[in-house]
Design a protein around this ligand. Structure first.
Ligand code: ATP
Ligand code: MG
Length: 566
């Protein structure tokens, strides 16, 4: 493609909210532009990258035996009512009405539609397994669309769904998809981790996420220095911790105006780990909201996703002072014993069978000492955020935190949707059974940004070989000089002739420095500069990543590029 005939509107301007390199550079380099909150257009360069990622995803999935389909983007709300997810999806699912007042949604994911597609069409175990996928637009009305393509509202996802006659076979496919996803992300030149994950609103059990390691990542990943253990903090586990505690006589002590763990433990001269902290939240359910208390050890922090799962809520939000008082709680003095009747609470499972602790007395200015935790297992759940320095539950090694961008998520779904939607097949004994399912997602448009989050410098994008919009970027130093222009065009033709995708910067009105800046900003792996040494038959090859250059003769330029691009 010739730059002069293309549409690559590079700019120095970035929107104020573009704080991340990928967001800034993709806009500055003319890959994307923003149309509204979380809504983006792909311009020619952006579309080429998107299509390249899409092609790699498709090639590897097809190789693994998956079949590509394309479902409608707009789905009837009825489908979501049938599965029971209409309310569960909350405000992220955008509902629309047609002219006849029928209800539809813009698909945020497609489990229901895919189950419906297979139902009554695949009826025998002999036709299983099958893995269907699409690479198609999704819409989620995210509460906080941000970071450009990383968290859009309209975005491109690969979503796949597999159907099986047994759990074992679904697990075999799950392992195959994990291997396939690893190949896809490795081909894209990404450094990534596969981690244990929470299953969220999609449901089911056993899920893994694929995270691109980048300091701007929104997710915290817990990794072990001694073994392969890695988990999203939302699902991370740790080894048992042993604490030394002081003997305390059971008593009520006055703790005037002392409301924090730090103040109370200092005042009583005990370690924070001998106290119990109460975190008060408001739980939002489908039809009601209520106050809920989570009790964790004083030196631990609540993990909100775990807490949300523990009370089966759609969402947890902070409770206001008035809401806390309205249910009879005394903020700063809330404890396990003597709570107002009917209040919902959960205790972290590490506090099960714990003795000799300190917690609020549910009375202003008082705490209780020497209390034991209740002996009722149903009150307990895993609630805490694993901290750096905690021990690994697999090998005893040391856990630490790192940041990741979630680019893929695979789930062992089981029969949740097939049972709800009565999608069944006849097994070998002629008995009707619900399909056992797996589901597998990749954030295709998110990947465009994730690649740049991991691969950029202060000047701009650095695309990996398989994701770059073009392989080579020829810069004609001064395109007003007929000789340079002709030489550049000859190299361009020759490279295209051997299948090397080339962008030719033939703009006559731009100076060399400006064109170099555009090369650095756009980030194509190599530039060939046709300029001052042309009379000696020599051009310069610049590697974008290192910005180092070599000189080669015009005769050798094509073969050198072939070698470099492998
Ligand atoms: P997140 O926790 O980031 O919101 P999710 O768990 O909601 O992601 P899934 O439902 O598993 O995401 O969707 C599959 C994939 O789609 C994700 O792994 C991610 O790469 C991508 N994805 C999800 N939400 C968005 C979004 N708002 N913008 C771009 N890509 C997204
Ligand atoms: Mg989400």
């Amino acid at each position: 493609m010739k730059f002069s005939q293309s549409f690559i509107p590079t700019t120095k301007e970035t929107p104020a909210e573009a704080t991340l390199p990928s967001h800034q550079f993709l806009i500055q380099a003319g890959f994307i532009n923003q149309e509204g909150a979380g809504l983006y257009n792909f311009m020619p360069l952006g579309k080429r990258v998107l299509d390249k990622i899409r092609a790699i995803v498709k090639e590897e999935l097809d190789r693994a035996g998956c079949l590509e389909v394309q479902l409608g983007f707009v789905t009837p709300l009825e489908l979501w009512e049938e599965s029971g997810r209409a309310t569960k999806m909350g405000l992220e699912m955008l509902r629309i009405k047609d002219r006849k007042q029928n209800n539809y949604v813009l698909s945020p994911t497609n489990e229901e539609a895919m189950v419906k597609l297979v139902k009554n069409r695949i009826t025998s175990y002999k036709d299983l397994p099958i893995n269907l996928y699409q690479i198609h637009t999704k819409f989620r009305d995210e509460a906080r669309p941000r970071f450009g393509l990383l968290r859009g509202r309209e975005f491109l996802m690969k979503d796949g769904y597999s159907f099986h006659s047994s759990t074992e076979d679904m697990q075999r496919e799950f392992a195959l998809m994990e291997a396939t996803y690893r190949t896809i992300f490795a081909r894209l030149g990404l450094e990534f981790r596969v981690v244990d994950a929470d299953s969220g609103a999609i449901g089911g059990s056993g899920s893994k996420e694929f995270h691109v390691l980048a300091k701007s990542g929104e997710d915290t990943i817990v990794v072990c220095d001694g073994c392969d253990y890695a988990a999203n903090i939302e699902a991370a586990l740790r080894g048992i911790k042993q604490y030394d505690k002081q003997a305390l006589e059971k008593s009520k002590v006055e703790t005037p105006n002392l409301t924090t763990i730090e103040e109370v433990s200092r005042f009583l001269n005990i370690e924070a780990h001998q106290t119990i902290k109460a975190v008060i939240k408001k739980a939002i359910h489908e039809t009601q909201t209520h106050i809920v208390i989570f009790f964790v050890r004083g030196n631990d922090e609540l993990e909100e996703t775990k807490a949300c799962n523990a009370v089966n809520a759609l969402e947890l939000v902070d409770a206001t002072q008035e809401e806390i008082e309205a249910v009879g709680l005394k903020a700063g003095y809330v404890g396990i014993e003597g709570l107002p009747v009917g209040i919902v609470f959960k205790i972290d499972k590490e506090l099960y069978h714990e003795t000799n602790m300190v917690c609020g007395a549910n009375e202003v200015n008082y705490h209780l000492m020497g209390i034991d935790t209740p002996n009722n297992e149903t009150l307990y759940a895993d609630l805490i955020a694993v901290q750096e320095g905690d021990g690994c539950s697999c090998c005893g090694g040391t856990l630490s935190h790192t940041k990741g961008i979630e680019v893929g998520h695979i789930f062992q779904l089981g029969t949740k949707y097939s049972s709800a939607m009565k999608a069944e097949f006849l097994d070998a004994n002629g008995k009707s059974q619900p399909f056992v399912m797996g589901t597998y997602g990749i954030g295709v448009s998110r990947l465009v940004a994730a690649i740049i989050e991991q691969h950029h410098d202060e000047k701009g994008c650095i695309w990996s070989k398989e994701s770059a919009p073009y392989d080579v970027h020829i810069i004609i130093s001064n395109a007003k000089k007929a000789q340079e222009l002709e030489a550049g065009e000859r190299v361009y033709e020759a490279l295209n002739g051997v299948g090397i995708q080339t962008l030719l910067d033939d703009r006559a009105k731009e100076r060399f420095g400006f064109k170099m800046n555009d090369f650095e900003l756009i980030g194509i792996p190599y530039a060939i500069v046709v300029g001052k040494k042309l009379e000696q038959g020599i051009v310069e090859i610049i590697e974008r990543k290192s910005l180092t250059s070599i000189e080669v003769s015009l005769e050798r330029v094509v073969s050198t590029m072939q070698e470099k691009l492998g």
